[in-house]
Ligand binder design. Sequence first.
Ligand code: BTN
Length: 331
Amino acid sequence: MIRSNGTKRVVLGELMLAGGHPAAGELIGEKSGVSRQSVWKAVEALRDDGYRIRSIPHKGYLLEELSPNDLDPTMLENMLCGCPWGHPVLYWPSLASTQEPLKEMARQNAPEGAVVTADEQTRGRGRLGRYWESPPGGGLYFSLLMRPRISPGNIQLASLAAALAVWESILELFNISCDLKWPNDILFGEAKLCGILTETASEPGKVHYAVTGIGLNANVDPHIAGADARTASLIAITGKPVHRGKILSAIVKKLHHLVSVLETPEGGRKLIEEYAKRCATLGQEVRVVQETEDILGKAVSLDERGALVVESGDCRRVFAAADIVHLRQNR
Ligand code: BTN
């Protein structure tokens, strides 16, 4: 596992700020309150993490190239500097699933906003017990720890907020307008670009934690096993590889903002309004896949807890969680 430490983070921050110019070790030390020796050690550690840093006599250190690891935690913590979430970020080259270590950390009182990410997952998990294909170097896989100050009955709203944060980030970074499929898939056309799994622990009146896992097909080759016409990826849409760290930090910042709004008295209503505008499920004829029977009907609205309201024949049915199939586009 790779994690940042305070000095490494501050030193990298200073080198990035210097913007292509050398930064004097003494000055970095003064600014960050550490000795020149510690700055040197941090520079060595950053080099070990893949950063290209040149020592220029009498001038200082020049950051020539960021780490080839676009999920490097020291870089991510710098990108998230100023955001209360994203501290710490823990990175593993390979994990069974990013959900498990973060849930364990949540039980051990890890701070809200902690992030676990991995280049590869060997047992990535999807909703409803499904498998989430997670090849190395391709997807963005991360889990975020939230402790939203909302009633446990409203926890679905935090998950809808995560979907909205992904939607907004993709628009902002790539100018791509996706659709949301209730409850929290992000679609490009009808193909799935991102899935979200939220696991929670609560007691009456209090949410202990919500661990939200986001799996986004960033640089996933659309031809790999498991991918099909229903799978979209950013590399295929934009025609070039994308920087996973930039996407992760944009999502974390946006989600922090959305959850802060959600915690206000009118926050739930505002979130649902924003979500509904981007939700392709609403207005659609849908099949609600249930264990015993499937329900056919029209998805008409979301209730105040984010549950889906479906008109089927003469009755209205409300689904808190379900697997939905869009039958045809009506919008
Ligand atoms: C779905 O659409 O079924 C949800 C997929 C969620 C996948 C992410 S990848 C990061 C996190 N770790 C996991 O094992 N699953 C989630």
